[in-house]
Structures are given as structure tokens and as C-alpha cells.
Design a protein around this ligand. Structure first.
Ligand code: GCB
Length: 598
């Protein structure tokens, strides 16, 4: 039997605890009941519903009464799922949609009750039995409301107004290159817990250690010390943790887990329990660090063989929301030979993140601070802060996540620099076990030296730099690709987080003419970029833009785009383009070189 002993459960743990806006891991709670299915819906383009009190869901009670709305016998929408792709009339709809459903519950004073939403885009107002229970802004992270005091014995009436409009102080803001589907995008749960329950926990390897599991547990509702049991049977960990009167305890435990890595994505069944509340998870243990220009996974240098994708199933036209959707996307990722994904441009659903981790994919996760953000407006910092906290809060137990990214292609100025600096510091203060990054499109080419350089203070404070550069597309090749040099963040790891070009599946044309929109041009562009990559001394990863063609009202060429971004390596119908094979071969070569090095 392995000898496991407790190092300390005192305040060794320095992580800043965040204000809790939702409980960890509804998928691992036996007391969580899904409220998925068909919901009634009302389309409300003039936002009339609040004034007309749709949330009261009234029906005429007398001869004189009538209401100019009804949730019955009208539109029915699937939850989870975006509303835009469910009926043709909603294809480009931006505005309010009201959702309603009933669910059965028991009034029980020994229990606490919550409605938990895994993701609603973009803003949600929630009423239960005619009473407002709360509001949440931000389309890609979970939130919950405690509803015990609103609950009725028997039939309960749940109403949600969802608004997916674009506004200047929203994130993302007015214009961006994807279709931002609206609706109750992800799972909805009704969760009943005991009065004292586990709201949050972190169980990960201690930074730079291979045999110390460290973390914390946070109970809700505790007013006195409690015994919480952390159990990882395969590691013979069975640890009693005593929480303080605020329900908190940090811990460190000696253990020798087999480390998680792409070649061996080992996960351990883990449970936490207090009194009659229990939560199960599967947890991997790994270290991720930067040393000079190397990214070290468990002390070994890794090259990130990546790809970007949106949370979208192009063949079905709509947001990805299920385990089956995650399997479809990630099967295509694995086929390309990847060990890394960038979940562009926002936290994608937990099914994707969890399955990616199981498949051994390292993950770059980011918040949707995408160009054109209203950095001047102080509320934007508050909103971004909240999104970053919620993202890290949700995924801090995922060994697969190695990088938190705070922004994509934002331009330097004092307002933006202040916001990004605050976010980077925040990410580090919440979680010191991962790397912090951002994607930059502003390295500039100097024709005199044939070299790319960057002038951006934010590039100096990230752990790893991500660069999006569309050589051969938005920027014509200034000279032969083999002669283009890079001198960008030369002291740290560099990931080419985006490169690529448009091409319509099946279209043949000149490999030298961008306007051929052909697979041939795309294939040649990939070849040339891979040649140029040899001149990036600190290159530690690549992530082409993008795995699948995706929907985007930004893209209006009538023949070749028609509302689609065509930079996919795979078409919207799932067919692989010629450039896919170039990338696949590149990743195979990297594997071969690594095998020889060993
Ligand atoms: C970018 C953006 C990405 C776009 C892409 C493009 O730089 O980060 O969101 O979709 O370029 O296709 O232009």
C-alpha cells in the first residue's frame, strides 16, 4: 500500500477565493435534475414582454379578461440549443425571446433549491412563479439562482427572457466574425441540496510538484466546523478535511499520481462528501510551466499541435451543446493529429472541455474580448472580470486546460492596456497553476530587416505569446516565405494561434491567386506558412484558423462565402480540404522528429 499522508491543511493554499456565482460541476451531483426538453416560447422583437408581464404567464379568469400573449399552443423551442437555428424566421434574429416551462418540485425545508444554467446567450432574466429571481450577463459561462423561497409544492412555472442583441458595452460588442447564436444554449438543471453542501472545490497538483495534490473545499451553509471527505480510491487517498466556520479548508496531500499527458491522459475518479452531500469528478494531475522559450508539460518540452474551432456544428447549423456534438468535433481534431485546441473565442460548453481532456488535448481557453471592445467604458472591465472569473471558476479542475487567454486582437492604448493588465493579474492571482496569454495580430513587418517585431506592452507580461498572422491572405508575402524572419517576444514561447485563408471546398483554381478562393490556393498558402515557421526561433505551437467553415454574417462574398467564413480545413459539410492534409503531415513530421529525439 502506498504511504499517503497529509502535509498540511493550514493556510498553505494561497489562491484567492472568488465570489461564488454558481456551484461547481452539476454533472457530478446526484441531486441535479435536468430541465432540458421542449420549452414554450414567445418571440418579442419590440421588448414588450416586461411591460405586459409575460413572466406572470396569466390565463383569463373571467369573461372580461384577456391577455395579448400566451405561452400555450405557440412556438416550442429545444433546450439546450440556440433559437436561431430552430426555425427559419429566427436565422438572424437578435432581440428578446421568452421561454417558459413547468417543472414539479416538493417544498422541503431541509433542502436548498437552485436553478442552474450552463450557458444562456447573451443576457438572461429569470422568473419563478411570477417572481424575479435574477439576471445574468455573458453568453458562455454558467450561473445559478437560489429559488427555495419562490418554490411551490407541485407545479412550478419557470420563465426566462433571453436577449442576444449586440451592444457597445457587451462582450463581444458590435461586430465580430462569427454568428453569436442566442438562446438557452446549454443544459439547465434544477438542483436540490442539503442545507450544507459542497459549492466549490479545487483538486490539482501543486505548482511545480509531482507528488503534492493541493486545493481547497468550500461548503455553503456551514456555520460550524464540518468533516469533508476527499476520496481518490485509485491513489488510496481518503482524507478527512475539517472546514472552518465559513465552510472553507485548504489542503495538501502527498500522493504519486500517474501524470496526465496527451499520450496518457490518466484521470482519477474523485469524490468529495460532507454529511449527505456528495459530488463526483474525474481529475487529472499535471504540471505546466514555461522555462525560457519552452513550454514544459510535467517537466518535458512540448510542441502544441493545435487547431481552432467555434462551438458550432456546421452540418446542423447551430451551436454544439451535447456530448455527441463534442464527440463529433473532437474526432475531427484527433484525426488531424492534434494535442492542443484553442476553443475560439469564448468558453465552450463543459462537454467539449471534459471530453477534450479525456482525449489528452491541452486546451487554450479564452474570454470573448475580440477586437472592437469598448475598453473606455468602466463597465466593460467589470464584465470582462466577471467572465474571466466565471471561466476559471468553472474549469479550474480540468488538467487539460493549460492556458487562460484574456483577449484576441485588441489594439494597444491606455484603456485597453489597463483592462488587459488587470485581467492578467487577476488570472494569475486566482490560479497560479496555468499559463496566461492573449492573441496578438499586431506584429509589424520591417522591410529593411525582413523581420516581424512587436511593440505592445501587454506582449511583455503574458507567459506565452499567441500571434495571429494571415500571411498570404490579409498580408501578401513581402518576400519569399523562407526569408521572412521573426523577432517577436523572443524570450518566451510563441504560438502561431491563427493563420490560414478562405477556400471553398471543391473549388479548383490558381495556387497563386487569392481571389480563386480555391483549395489549391489554400494548400499552397499552408505550405508557405509552414516554411516560414522554421524561422520563428521561439515557435512552440501552431493552431490554424480554423477546423470547420463556420457561419458569419461578416462574410458576404455571394458565391464563395454567403454568410460563411470559409477558412476551414474541413467544409461545412464535413469534407476535408487539401490544406488539411498539409497540416496533418506537418503534425506527423513533428511526432517523428520528437520520436527520433527520444
Ligand atoms: C482573426 C480572428 C478570427 C477571424 C479570422 C478571420 O484574426 O481572430 O476570429 O475569424 O481572423 O477569418 O479573419
Amino acid at each position: 500500500m502506498k504511504k499517503i499522508f497529509l502535509v498540511s491543511i493550514t493556510a498553505l493554499f494561497s489562491t484567492v477565493l472568488m465570489a461564488q456565482s454558481f456551484m461547481m460541476n452539476p454533472y457530478g451531483r446526484s441531486d441535479a435534475q435536468l430541465l432540458n426538453g421542449k420549452w414554450n416560447a414567445i418571440i418579442d422583437p419590440y421588448s414588450k414582454g416586461e411591460q405586459a408581464k409575460y413572466y406572470q404567464n396569466k390565463k383569463p379568469q373571467s369573461d372580461k379578461e384577456f391577455f395579448e400573449y400566451s405561452f400555450e399552443n405557440g412556438l416550442r423551442l429545444d433546450v439546450p440549443g440556440d433559437f436561431n437555428s430552430q426555425i427559419p424566421e429566427l436565422k438572424y434574429y437578435e432581440g428578446d425571446i421568452w421561454y417558459q416551462r413547468y417543472f414539479l418540485a416538493k417544498k422541503n425545508n431541509d433542502k436548498r433549491a437552485f436553478i442552474y444554467f450552463a450557458g444562456v446567450s447573451y443576457k438572461a432574466d429569470v422568473w419563478l412563479n411570477g417572481e424575479k429571481v435574477g439576471t445574468h450577463e455573458g453568453g458562455f459561462t454558467p450561473f445559478q439562482f437560489e429559488v427555495g423561497s419562490f418554490l411551490k409544492e407541485g407545479k412550478n412555472d419557470l420563465v426566462i427572457r433571453v436577449n442576444n442583441g449586440r451592444e457597445k458595452d457587451r462582450i463581444p460588442a458590435m461586430r465580430f466574425d462569427w454568428w453569436n447564436y442566442g438562446g438557452i444554449l446549454r443544459d439547465v438543471f434544477f438542483i436540490e441540496t442539503p442545507n450544507v453542501y459542497i459549492s466549490d472545490y479545487k483538486v490539482q497538483l501543486k505548482k511545480s510538484h509531482k507528488n503534492v495534490i493541493s486545493g481547497y473545499v468550500q461548503l455553503e451553509g456551514a456555520t460550524s466546523a464540518q468533516q469533508t471527505l476527499l476520496s481518490i480510491p485509485e491513489l488510496k487517498v481518503k482524507k478527512e478535511i475539517t472546514t472552518d466556520e465559513k465552510g472553507f479548508a485548504s489542503f495538501e496531500i502527498k500522493a504519486k499520481p500517474q501524470l496526465w499527458s496527451p499520450n496518457s491522459p490518466k484521470m482519477y475518479a474523485t469524490t468529495l462528501s460532507v454529511q449527505n452531500n456528495k459530488i463526483s469528478d474525474e481529475i487529472g494531475f499535471r504540471n505546466i510551466e514555461v522555462k525560457g522559450t519552452e513550454i514544459l508539460l510535467n517537466g518535458n518540452s512540448v510542441f502544441l499541435k493545435g487547431v481552432n474551432f467555434h462551438e458550432e456544428i456546421p452540418q446542423r447549423l447551430g451551436r454544439a451543446y451535447s456530448q455527441a456534438d463534442a464527440a463529433m468535433i473532437l474526432e475531427e481534431v484527433m484525426a488531424l493529429g492534434c494535442n492542443f485546441i484553442r476553443t475560439a473565442h469564448y468558453p465552450q460548453n463543459e462537454h467539449i472541455v471534459r471530453l477534450a481532456e479525456k482525449k489528452g488535448l491541452m486546451i487554450w481557453e479564452e474570454i470573448p474580448l475580440w477586437q472592437g471592445i469598448g475598453f473606455k467604458n468602466p463597465v466593460v472591465l467589470d464584465k470582462a472580470t466577471n467572465m474571466l472569473k466565471e471561466m476559471i471558476y468553472r474549469d479550474k479542475n480540468r488538467a487539460g486546460i493549460i492556458i487562460w487567454s484574456v483577449a484576441n486582437e485588441t489594439r494597444p492604448n491606455n484603456y485597453r492596456d489597463k483592462v488587459l493588465t488587470d485581467l492578467i493579474n487577476l488570472a494569475r492571482s486566482i490560479d497560479n497553476t496555468r499559463l496566461v496569454s492573449a492573441a496578438f495580430d499586431n506584429p509589424k513587418y520591417d522591410p529593411e530587416t525582413s523581420t516581424f517585431n512587436i511593440k505592445d506592452d501587454i506582449s511583455k507580461i503574458v507567459d506565452v505569446i499567441g500571434v495571429n498572422k494571415y500571411m498570404g491572405w490579409y498580408m501578401p508575402w513581402p518576400i519569399d516565405p523562407s526569408k521572412v524572419k521573426w523577432n517577436v517576444a523572443i524570450d518566451k514561447p510563441f504560438i502561431m494561434t491563427e493563420f490560414g485563408c478562405e477556400s471553398l471546398y471543391g473549388q479548383s483554381g490558381s495556387k497563386e491567386e487569392a481571389h480563386s478562393w480555391s483549395e489549391d490556393y489554400q494548400e499552397e498558402l499552408y505550405r508557405k506558412n509552414l516554411i516560414m515557421f522554421k524561422n520563428i526561433p521561439n515557435l512552440r505551437g501552431t493552431s490554424p484558423w480554423v477546423l470547420f467553415d463556420f457561419r458569419s454574417p461578416y462574410r458576404n462574398h455571394p458565391l464563395n462565402q454567403n454568410g460563411w467564413n470559409r477558412k476551414g480545413l474541413v467544409s461545412d459539410k464535413g469534407q476535408r480540404k487539401k490544406a488539411w492534409h498539409i497540416m496533418k503531415h506537418y503534425y506527423e513530421e513533428i511526432d517523428m522528429i520528437n520520436t527520433i529525439k527520444k
